[in-house]
Design a protein around this ligand. Structure first.
Ligand code: SIN
Length: 489
């Protein structure tokens, strides 16, 4: 088991993270899996490949730590979360470098993600102290009705590869703040930054068993154990709708609590009263942040006929300027796609659209014969029957669809099984309210292309998920409500 020089050469103080390849409770240290840099193909680490039996051990440890952790005062839990947050801030350059190595995103974006992760931990260190109950006026004088909030128990947290640091913080911090203990399974493509964050958590003083890490290549087997083990009381998952359905079925036997943040198919609508330059800026953000690999990426750009030409020209010009390359190069705006499957999907979407009459305005091809780089791409003459108009691309491909009727565009925007994020640009206040209320989405960006924040409830409706992360609502998802009825008074 080892961490390779390809990773450690980027770190200022690798010792702060201990031996990233060592993990508590691996029963078969000879089973390993490899983590590669998607930009260079270099081997970064060989990690223990933990199995379902190891997950059982981790769950037992989390269960054993549960009572003690829940019994601490909110302030005591909060203090440890603060220390963890501070350590993450102090080591943010190294954490960002690990993230860029294993995921490929530009290092400036990686730094912003680490700052976002720290912001979630800070937020929940504060929220830990504000878990309020209720007293309810009783219907008779001899009774008192009270509601208290208690931690759900052991939480299984399964995090994705596209935001491998902030998604850990977004799940783990509220769970710990609420008094839950956690078994964390980061994505097999990007486990290292999670491992580094957990190493810092240990330094911060989390007690043994409170936060348990599972390195494993077989996410399905690990998910099955987490969902079927009765000691786990809740699953929090971010990933595809397809895997969400599987986990939900597995949780149903025990009526386990779930919080799911799943796939999206975000519309981005530009109305004729929009500030076009602002809309172009917003579309660049909403489409190309993280190389288009976010659940809230603008997947379909609808532009009203009278501003279609102007918007398409200015947007395409901006996209042509986006530099693709290794995340450590200073002018890189877009890194590699996560793997060859992602590359094949975006190519298939482009080919399908072109065959059905779409026009490639820029990009459209992979870069180089090896690696997973793809040109930032704009396609026009897009119609609803094309795959790009219906499926989540998860890559740097922007299809532009012309519309005439503002009512029809809302119907088209809502015509999907997904309901995570939508965006629109308009200036008329009446229109702004009407459209914001009519879009069937958990989050709507109005004249902005970016809305993720620790202070706001992130999550979707329809088949995009259940529950919310961030804000005070994100804490509620890790708390049970208990009604106390005191009689005979
Ligand atoms: C995502 O979950 O894909 C997006 C996360 C974010 O925007 O913070």
């Amino acid at each position: 088991m080892a961490i390779m020089r390809a990773l450690t050469k980027h770190l200022k103080s690798p010792k702060a993270f201990g031996d990233l390849a060592s993990v508590d409770g691996s029963t078969n240290p000879r089973a390993q899996f490899a983590v590669h840099n998607p930009s260079t193909g270099e081997l970064l680490a060989q990690l223990p490949d933990m199995q379902a039996a190891d997950v059982v051990i981790a769950i037992d440890r989390a269960d054993a730590a549960r009572e003690h952790w829940a019994a601490l005062t909110a302030r005591e839990r909060s203090d440890i979360l603060w220390k963890w947050q501070q350590l993450i801030v102090n080591h943010s350059d190294d954490l960002a470098a690990i993230l860029t190595c294993e995921m490929g995103k530009p290092v400036a974006e990686a730094k912003s993600e680490i700052a976002h992760a720290a912001a979630y931990i800070k937020w929940y260190a504060e929220e830990a102290n504000r878990v309020y109950g209720e007293t309810i006026p009783a219907p008779s004088t001899d009774r008192r009705l009270i509601v208290i909030k208690q931690p759900v128990g052991v939480v299984g947290a399964i995090t994705p590869w596209n935001f491998p640091a902030s998604m850990v913080a977004r799940k783990v911090a509220p769970a710990l703040a609420a008094g839950c203990t956690v078994v964390l399974k980061p994505a097999e493509q990007t486990p290292l930054v999670a491992g580094a964050m957990i190493a810092l958590a240990k330094t911060a003083g989390f007690l043994d068993g409170v936060l348990n890490l599972i390195y494993a290549s077989d996410g399905i087997a690990i998910g099955k154990e987490l969902c079927s083990n009765p000691k786990v009381r809740k699953i929090s998952f971010t990933g595809s709708t397809e895997v969400g359905r599987l986990l939900m079925r597995q949780c149903s036997d025990q009526i386990k609590r779930i919080s799911f943040e799943l796939g999206g198919n975000a519309p981005f609508i530009v109305f004729d009263d929009a500030d076009i330059d602002a809309a172009v800026d917003g579309a660049i953000q909403a489409k190309f942040r993280n190389g288009g690999q976010t659940c809230v990426s603008a997947n379909r750009l609808y532009v009203q006929a009278s501003v279609y030409h102007l918007f398409s020209e200015r947007f395409t010009e901006r996209v042509r300027q986006l530099r693709v390359g290794d995340g450590f190069m200073p002018d890189t705006a877009i890194g590699p796609l996560i793997d060859s499957h992602a590359l094949a999907k975006i190519e298939a979407h482009v080919n399908d659209a072109v065959q059905k009459g779409a026009m490639v305005r820029c990009g459209g091809r992979r870069i180089g014969s090896t690696g997973t780089f793809f040109e930032p791409t704009v396609i026009t003459n897009v119609v609803g029957s094309m795959r790009i108009a219906q499926e989540e691309t998860f890559g740097p491909l922007a299809p532009i669809i012309r519309f005439d009727d503002p009512d029809q565009v809302i119907r088209e925007a809502n015509d999907t099984i997904y309901g995570l994020a939508a965006y629109f640009y308009a200036s008329n206040l009446k229109r702004v309210w009407r459209v914001a209320e009519a879009l069937e989405y958990g989050m709507v960006g109005i004249n902005t292309g970016r809305m993720s924040s620790e202070a706001a409830p992130f999550g979707g409706v329809k088949q995009s998920g259940i529950g919310r992360e961030g804000s005070r609502h994100g804490l509620e998802d890790y708390l049970e409500m208990k009604y106390l009825c005191m009689g005979g008074l």
